[in-house]
Design a protein around this ligand. Structure first.
Ligand code: SIN
Ligand code: FE
Length: 295
């Protein structure tokens, strides 16, 4: 593994490894300290019979992603039905299993604790997707989702660019999470007592928001709404060509997706305690700054 600025680069070509244990520990440390682990030789193989899915027409009208729910097996957001929908679901499931094998190879210490969440297929041009400032992922942000509280658990994502036409996926990443958090934390509130309970009772969240979730949503929104920060904050430009993959803790790494089409993405959740260095988790960073437990 070598480090190139915010990137850690790992030259592997097989999803299942093997990866030398010392190399795996270095890669895990790089991820946990907020680098993007770039795998320039790790290609997701799209079968000949699946190439028809590499079309903007794969999306159902009004949807920005197609997603596979691991619990129900349901594949949502595509315009396909019947056998084709099953075939698309099978492609996403194959990506999910390869991403799982990859994480087992890189971070065997995560294995028992890493939970597979949704798999997504993102056919659309990023330029065409934004509907509001809060939802505009072309602006620097950390991932925090209004309906899905994590109570401090990590959001780890594996991406592959599968564009058939050479389109690079272009990102920017910002400053280290602790530096950002120190600046923005004074601007966000933890919500009034009882609000998380009420929001859960109203059916607006799956499970109850912790103070951590409320703060992370506040940080997400405050950063996107701060035009000056967006323009002036330090950021590094990254580009991921087709045939490459990358892994990133998106709850920690400030990121903006500027351009690209046809990516696959697998989300995992990991309890903070299962990290090699739990003190690097956003939960622990925010708790140190606040001086109290947040989840
Ligand atoms: C995001 O998580 O902000 C979007 C990443 C991407 O689709 O490349
Ligand atoms: Fe994001």
């Amino acid at each position: 593994m070598r480090e190139e600025g915010v990137l850690a680069v790992l030259d592997i070509a097989d999803w299942g490894g093997p990866i030398d244990p010392a190399e795996g520990r270095r890669a895990t440390h790089a991820l946990e300290e907020g680098r993007v682990l770039f795998l320039p030789a790790l290609r997701f193989a799209v079968e000949e019979s699946e190439k028809k899915f590499l079309s903007a027409a794969a999306l159902a009208p009004g949807r920005k992603n197609i997603s596979l729910d691991p619990a129900s097996g349901a594949c949502q957001g595509s315009h396909y039905a019947g056998e084709e929908a099953q075939q698309l679901g099978a492609m996403l499931d194959r990506f999910a299993r390869q991403a799982e094998a990859l994480m087992r190879a890189i971070a065997p210490g995560y294995a028992g604790a890493l939970r597979r969440a949704r798999t997504s297929f993102r056919p659309a041009d990023i330029e065409d997707r934004a509907s509001s400032v809060r939802k505009d992922d072309r602006l620097l942000h950390v991932d925090a989702f209004p309906t899905r509280p994590t109570r401090g658990e990590r959001i780890l994502r594996v991406f592959s660019n599968i564009a058939p036409d050479g389109a690079e996926r272009r990102w920017e990443v910002g400053e280290p999470f602790p530096d950002f958090a120190e600046k923005f934390l004074p601007r966000v509130t933890t919500g009034w007592a009882g609000s998380a309970w009420l929001i859960e009772r109203l059916g607006l969240t799956k499970g109850r928001r912790s103070a951590y979730d409320t703060i992370m949503l506040g940080l997400h929104d405050a950063m996107k709404r701060d035009a000056r920060y967006q323009a002036e904050a330090p950021h590094a430009a990254l580009s991921f060509p087709p045939g490459t993959s990358w892994i990133v803790y998106t709850d920690q790494v400030l990121h903006a997706a500027l351009a690209g089409r046809f990516a696959l993405e697998q989300t995992f959740h990991l309890p903070v305690a299962a990290m090699a260095e739990p003190e690097l988790a956003p939960l622990r960073v925010l708790e140190r700054l606040k001086g109290r437990a947040l989840a």
